[in-house]
Design a protein around this ligand. Structure first.
Ligand code: FES
Length: 107
């Protein structure tokens, strides 16, 4: 049986550190850790409400696919560190640091 790699996801501004197993999306990691994050479309890359910034460990996540890219393009305030938490899956190779966007940011 293949071993599942565990890495951590550190969240700012709260400073929580969550364990993340390979294959989990960041949204799943956050929800499992009781971190509140909007996810209106339940992970279908169509609402954009789970937009976060990845501060460190981008290489420890799956690459941005076309659907995610298109959605990100339509969101205001997107930067080079932007991801949709529901689409970015943990590869288990690097620890990750993310920043949650403030609630009430209009999303
Ligand atoms: S939950 Fe809707 S885009 Fe991620």
């Amino acid at each position: 049986m293949k071993e599942v790699s565990m890495t951590t996801v550190t969240i700012s501004p709260g400073g929580e550190v969550l364990e993340a197993a390979e294959g989990m999306s960041l949204l799943e990691v956050l929800l499992k850790g009781d971190i509140k994050i909007p996810h209106k479309c339940d992970g279908k890359a169509s609402c954009g409400s789970c937009h976060i910034f990845v501060q460190e460990g981008r290489k420890g996540l799956t690459k941005i696919a076309r659907e995610e890219n298109e959605k990100l393009d339509s969101i205001v305030g997107v930067g080079s560190k932007s991801r949709l938490a529901c689409q970015a899956k943990v590869l288990g190779t690097e620890n990750i640091k993310i920043e949650l966007l403030g609630f009430g940011s209009g999303l």
